[in-house]
Design a protein around this ligand. Structure first.
Ligand code: GRF
Length: 195
């Protein structure tokens, strides 16, 4: 039986699209639901591909989350550019079965408010020569759960937030499908080696 994946988004959904494409010819896992807290562009990408969507009436309402996750029998919840905290009761119910992709090398450059250009601006301001993407388990706080894998890149010579974001996004697009495949094979999210 295929591993059933829900993906939560808040924006354009490029990570969602690469995940859908990566799993399109794969029996190991299937995206069965896309959840959003807002009218995100990524919801349109999901609908075009025939994937069920759910726009949350109240992103703070754990009962609403649990209802949709249970009704679609999800094994895994993937946060792919989802900008809110997942309610604590949902984190507890899905303990060890929620992952997030973050566009920096956690535990640095994460936490509340660290999303989008702010992450890359902070990396550039730090003077670090390296950045990358992290996939980690989700707990009740932003960007804090156990790290499962990271992909690293050299900070581009141009050193603008936009060029760094584009380079990191390319890593995210390979890292996230690898994380979902590893979880599907193991039956739950696991640390894995990402080359
Ligand atoms: C990605 O950089 C993701 O890591 C971050 O938000 C961005 C979302 O991009 N949390 P997209 O919506 O998947 O295109």
């Amino acid at each position: 039986m295929s591993y059933r994946v829900a993906v939560a988004i808040s924006g354009r959904g490029s990570n969602l699209v690469v995940l859908l494409d990566a799993l399109a010819h794969d029996d190991v896992a299937e995206v069965v639901l896309v959840i959003s807290d807002r009218a995100a562009e990524g919801l349109e990408r999901a609908t075009e591909r025939g994937v069920a969507i759910h726009r949350l009436a109240d992103f703070r309402d754990g009962a609403e989350w649990r209802r949709v996750l249970t009704s679609t029998a999800c094994d895994l919840l993937v946060l792919a550019g989802y900008l809110r905290l997942v309610p604590a009761d949902v984190v507890h119910q899905m303990s060890g079965r929620i992952i997030n992709v973050h566009p920096a090398l956690l535990p640095r450059f994460g936490g509340s408010g660290m999303h989008g250009a702010r992450v890359h601006e902070a990396v550039l301001a730090s003077g670090d020569m390296e950045s990358g993407a992290t996939v980690h388990l989700v707990d009740e706080a932003y960007d804090r759960g156990r790290i499962l894998a990271q992909g690293r890149i050299a900070v581009p010579v141009a050193r603008s937030a936009a060029t760094l974001a584009a380079a990191v996004l390319e890593v995210e697009h390979r890292l996230l499908p690898a994380a979902v495949r590893a979880a599907a094979v193991a039956g739950h999210p696991v640390p894995f080696v990402f080359a």
